[in-house]
Design a protein around this ligand. Structure first.
Ligand SMILES: Cc1cc2nc3c(=O)[nH]c(=O)nc-3n(C[C@H](O)[C@H](O)[C@H](O)COP(=O)(O)OP(=O)(O)OC[C@H]3O[C@@H](n4cnc5c(N)ncnc54)[C@H](O)[C@@H]3O)c2cc1C
Length: 367
């Protein structure tokens, strides 16, 4: 593996930056077709939509936090952040220069996380203990993360007082108002105290804070709090690189219909970091990876550019889980809440399905 000549004289060194939903999947898909190197600051891939369940049930993370090495059996892994790129190389924060023939950028969202899997599992254990030890819990942010966390806690710990503060006039603003209203009613039915159009000043709170004043002057007392206000895009590191002109005003990489960075022959971008006009979903990130993998295989075997696969943006479709049984779903034809969408997502949160996609046993539990 260390000698690119074995691939028929080079030209097949693929470097993937970012080991999230899109990057891990493309690295896994290409590993027997190219000399693949995955660069990620963590030694594991985490299924993001399982993270809130892991806070109420830490053992859930045993299946959803996966060593990169478990699925990347025929590629190289560099546990580090990319900090710069040139037309031929990637520089990592630890000073390694990695040469590429093809580059795939999949740095999605920035979420400072422990570097190794064991530490990540301990983090879930600690968060779970914090929830268990608290009588009252404040959640700040009413997007999918805040809503799913409120749902998990309200269902698993109905005796706890949960308050959710959201700055917008409705929850889940990334989908339609029908879904927001149904979700609001569901959370209220579980006795979650909802405070819309209010904020909590994050600069004034620390880990030990127990009293919170909202922008409307209300006082909330909570034994612990969780900030679920969304994460920044993982593209700031590209601002000083050869791709700085390829970023749009939101910091997203401009891509063409083949998932290549516009104007670049050998640089692809996939997942949340792209400027594709669709909601940012792991499901779509996987579809981007499939198209990019297909195109990379074609180019590496000397295929014609005109034969490259095209990515068609998808219509809004989302399922937000509400505890272990219910969910709210927006499909193109209708919006529903309750056991039916819950049956699709909420029991296993697509963990077995995602593990299968990564070539792993859906059920395995590490000892
Ligand atoms: C709570 C929650 C629930 C969700 N539920 C769903 C759902 O039900 N269905 C669905 O389809 N989507 C869901 N999503 C959205 C989905 O998780 C994202 O769309 C998806 O993770 C995007 O994948 P990505 O690979 O582009 O980015 P990410 O998954 O964010 O991965 C980015 C990776 O890049 C790495 N990285 C960042 N900077 C660097 C750097 N400089 N160098 C190297 N590596 C770097 C990060 O460490 C990370 O591993 C949910 C998200 C959250 C947070």
């Amino acid at each position: 593996m260390e000698n690119p000549e074995q691939w028929g004289g080079g030209g097949r060194r693929v470097v993937v930056i970012g080991g999230g939903v899109a990057g891990s999947f493309i690295a896994k898909s290409l590993q027997f077709h190219a000399d693949v190197t995955l660069i990620d600051p963590k030694d594991y891939f985490e299924i993001p939509w399982a993270s809130l369940r892991a806070m109420v049930e830490p053992s859930f993370a045993e299946r959803s936090v996966i060593h990169h090495k478990d699925y990347l059996t025929n590629g190289h892994l560099i546990v580090s952040s990319a900090i710069n790129i040139t037309d031929t190389e990637v520089l990592t924060s630890e000073g390694r220069l990695v040469t590429y023939d093809y580059l795939v950028i999949a740095t999605g969202h920035n979420d400072p996380s422990p570097k190794n899997r064991t530490e990540k599992l301990k983090q879930y254990q600690a968060e779970n203990e914090k929830i268990k030890a608290s009588q009252s819990i404040l959640i700040i942010g009413g997007g999918p993360t805040g809503v799913e966390l409120a749902g998990e806690i309200a269902v698993d710990f109905p005796e706890k007082k949960v308050t959710l503060v959201h700055n917008g006039s409705r929850l889940l603003e990334f989908i339609g108002p029908k879904a927001s209203n149904k979700t609001l009613d569901w959370l209220r039915s579980k006795k979650v105290d909802m405070k819309l159009e209010q904020t909590v000043n994050l600069n004034n709170i620390s880990d030990g804070s127990k009293t919170f004043i909202t922008s409307a002057g209300e006082t909330i007392k909570a034994d612990c709090h969780f900030v679920c206000t969304g994460k920044p895009l993982g593209s700031a590191w590209l601002e000083g690189t050869v791709l700085k002109e390829s970023l749009d005003s939101f910091g997203r990489l401009k891509v063409d219909e083949n998932m290549r960075v516009k104007g670049r022959k050998n640089i692809f971008a996939i997942g949340d970091i792209t400027d594709i006009k669709e909601i940012k979903q792991g499901y779509f990130a996987q579809k981007h990876a499939l198209v990019a993998a297909k195109n990379l295989k074609l180019l590496m075997t000397g295929g014609k550019e005109t034969k490259m696969a095209i990515y068609e943006p998808r219509s809004v479709k989302a399922i937000v889980s509400l505890g272990r049984q219910d969910a709210v779903a927006q499909f193109s034809f209708t919006t529903v809440i309750g056991l039916v969408p819950g049956f699709i997502k909420s029991r296993d949160l697509f963990v077995g399905k995602t593990r299968k996609l990564m070539g792993l046993d859906p059920n395995v539990v590490y000892s």
